[in-house]
Design a protein around this ligand. Structure first.
Ligand code: FES
Length: 219
């Protein structure tokens, strides 16, 4: 089964507005939404002169590169406009590299091996129980395998179908979603049944910091 990586909070991407930088397995990503809300995950390099797409801007259903302003279409990444030469046909062979992207359980998930968002397994929707709240994203200077091992040691059980770790941290029901960002950089998105601002949420924040310390010390 191709792997889907939880690269960003869905709520952080506004339709037709911002571009968010992301990583999965060392692949640098430009994450954005077209005006109709469809999630986009692209290689963060313009195919013209390799300038980062995250420096550009979203124009309706296109991403416009910051350097020469070439515009690329949501969905297939095809170059569709070169504003400096409006009479010129955009070259058909110039395309942004596009990855599969889908929203599920409050996260944007990316598949590096496919452009097909419809190939996402339905189990992603179960990664986080409905009504739970986002706590924080931990940035860990450690490999993803070490992080997964440490989560298991702390009593969180792996749910491989959903790509999640579930269990209790310092008495608080939690779900950890692990993102293999780079060889020695791992992100853990922590969700919980605790309400924002509650004592349980504060406890979980402290537990998360302690967890990060324990994992990085082990490494
Ligand atoms: S580098 Fe992107 S349009 Fe030229």
């Amino acid at each position: 089964m191709p792997r889907w990586y939880p690269v960003a909070l869905s709520a952080d991407l506004r339709p037709g507005a911002n571009i968010v930088a992301g990583f999965a397995e060392g692949q640098e990503l430009a994450l954005w939404r077209s005006a109709d809300g469809a999630a986009q995950a692209w290689d963060n390099r313009c195919p013209h002169r390799s300038v980062r797409f995250t420096l550009g801007r979203v124009v309706e259903d296109r991403l416009s590169c910051a350097y020469h302003g070439w515009q690329y279409a949501a969905g297939n990444g095809q170059c569709v406009s070169i504003p400096a030469h409006p009479a010129m046909q955009a070259p058909r062979n110039v395309c942004a590299k596009v990855f599969g992207a889908v929203d599920a359980a409050g996260m944007l998930w990316v598949n590096l091996l496919s452009q097909d968002a419809s190939a996402a397994p339905p189990s992603l929707a179960d990664a986080v129980p409905a009504g739970w709240h986002f706590c924080r994203t931990l940035t860990l200077r450690a490999g993803a395998k070490d992080v997964r091992d440490a989560l298991a040691q702390h009593g969180l059980a792996a749910d491989t179908a959903a790509g999640a770790f579930r269990g209790v941290l310092e008495g608080v029901q939690s779900v950890a979603l692990v993102l293999d960002a780079q060889p020695q950089l791992t992100f853990v998105h922590l969700w919980t049944e605790a309400s924002p601002g509650s004592d349980a949420m504060k406890t979980l924040h402290t537990a998360a910091r302690n967890l990060r310390g324990a994992i990085e010390t082990q490494g």
